[in-house]
Ligand binder design. Structure first.
Ligand SMILES: [Zn+2]
Length: 84
């Protein structure tokens, strides 16, 4: 098997994401928007349970949407891990 695939990304921007409270660091974020596209929420591909709401402001540009989602994810306050 030849490994001639260039070591470049295929359109995906490698972004730094803060870890999820579940203990893992997501490699990418999923985005779901309200029908109005006014607001949305994003969640990591780790557990899919920790949602961060963000104001999408009717934006339809996927890159901007992703940037908003990423910013919301990384800015979300994180409490210390729950200690039993
Ligand atoms: Zn998680």
């Amino acid at each position: 098997m030849s490994q001639d695939k260039p070591d470049a990304d295929d359109g995906l921007v490698r972004i730094h994401l803060e870890p999820c409270p579940c203990g893992q660091t997501p490699t990418m974020l999923m985005v779901e928007l309200e029908n109005s596209k006014k607001r949305g929420h994003t969640f990591g591909d780790c557990c899919g349970e920790w949602l961060v709401e963000f104001s999408n402001n009717y934006n339809v540009d996927r890159d901007k949407m992703a940037a908003k989602a990423k910013a919301a994810w990384n800015r979300a306050p994180r409490s210390d891990p729950v200690s039993s």
